[in-house]
Design a protein around this ligand. Structure first.
Ligand SMILES: Cc1ncc(COP(=O)(O)O)c(C=O)c1O
Length: 324
């Protein structure tokens, strides 16, 4: 099906700007960059995931779902956004989180404020969310509801279409010239859509994996790219791409070197890099810029809520505030 024919709920402000930045943080690896500002998508602190959401919600509405069951941990931007957007369409949302009940993350608070019900799997492994969500949907179906299940990060072929559109947007902005795109990778849905949309172009894509081992995520991205390409009838093979390891100590924030870079970015240019995705990806880029051919475009994906979480839970900052 052509991209233009897929059901979509318009939520964001597109195209997002491509900014030419001479010096992002006073460090050689982050000079002379193009920055694709998906931190400015304009819907509820949404970042890149607004693109995904437009298609996921469009699909849910076209299937006349009355409940969306979304897998997403307490810091999931996607789940928070989905709760807001679905409420606007009169659809109930159940967010399935891993582990034991806990609060404290702005993204989860956003879900709750939008009226989502939150259930915890009781299991620390993040993959427990997808299984629990499937079982919950089964129970809802048995009660006569029409649930629509969304896996972590909205990483479905339909969700990836949001980034296939973003690829078209980028080509319209820059033309099909030899650039290297660097983008943070979590579930892999965004980069998969980008690759499907960039089929047969000269753009080189480097994904920085922030949570999953490279082998695992590369296989996942290959699969999702092929599925999305088939769905939208992409012409030709994906452009050259690879995924690199930017996990640091593992999923989430708390990587001192990356967090330090995020603090520098904010002080130097007012650029907000969240600790989970963008601080790690930019930290990788800063250390590996010499290896990348051609002009580099950094795909800024947002994450403002996690950045605010980091700010409000850093003892030195909170302490200063308390004593001032
Ligand atoms: C701010 C931010 N950046 C990047 C990503 C990664 O996107 P994906 O899960 O599609 O790889 C996410 C995913 O939730 C995100 O919230």
């Amino acid at each position: 099906m052509a991209l233009a024919d897929l059901p979509r709920v318009p939520l964001g402000i597109f195209p997002t700007p491509v900014q030419q930045v001479a010096d992002l943080a006073g460090t050689p690896g982050l000079r002379d960059l193009l920055v694709k500002r998906d931190d400015l998508t304009g819907f509820a602190w949404g970042g890149n995931k607004v693109r995904t959401l437009e298609y996921v919600l469009g699909d849910a509405l076209s299937l006349q779902a009355d409940t969306i069951v979304v897998a997403g941990g307490p810091t999931s931007n996607f789940a928070g956004l989905l709760a807001v957007a679905a409420a606007g369409q009169g659809i109930d949302v159940v967010q399935v989180c891993y582990g034991e009940p806990r609060g404290g993350a702005a993204a989860l608070a956003l879900s709750k404020r939008a009226g989502a019900r939150v259930e915890f799997t009781g299991v620390a492994d993040r993959s427990s969310m997808d299984q629990y969500a499937g079982e919950l949907a089964g129970r809802l179906r048995a009660e006569g509801r029409r649930p629509y299940v969304v896996p972590r990060g909205g990483a479905t072929p339909i969700g990836a279409c949001g980034f296939a559109v973003a690829a078209t947007e980028l080509i319209e902005q820059l033309g099909d010239r030899g650039i290297t795109v660097v983008i943070p990778v979590g579930s892999g849905g965004s980069i998969a859509g980008l690759l499907a949309g960039l089929a047969s172009t000269q753009v080189d894509v480097v994904g920085v994996s922030v949570s999953r081992p490279v082998d695992e995520i590369e296989a996942q991205v290959s699969r999702r790219t092929a599925e999305c390409a088939e769905l939208i009838g992409s012409a030709g093979p994906p452009p050259p791409w690879r995924v690199v390891d930017g996990r640091g100590p593992g999923y989430g924030g708390g990587w001192p070197e990356a967090d330090e870079l995020a603090r520098t970015l904010l002080a130097y240019s007012g650029f907000v890099a969240d600790p989970v995705y963008n601080a790690k990806a930019l930290y990788w880029l800063n250390g590996h810029r010499d290896e990348l051919p051609g002009p580099v475009l950094y795909w800024s994906t947002g994450g403002a809520l996690a950045a605010a979480d980091e700010l409000t839970t850093t003892p030195s900052v909170v302490g200063k505030e308390a004593s001032s």
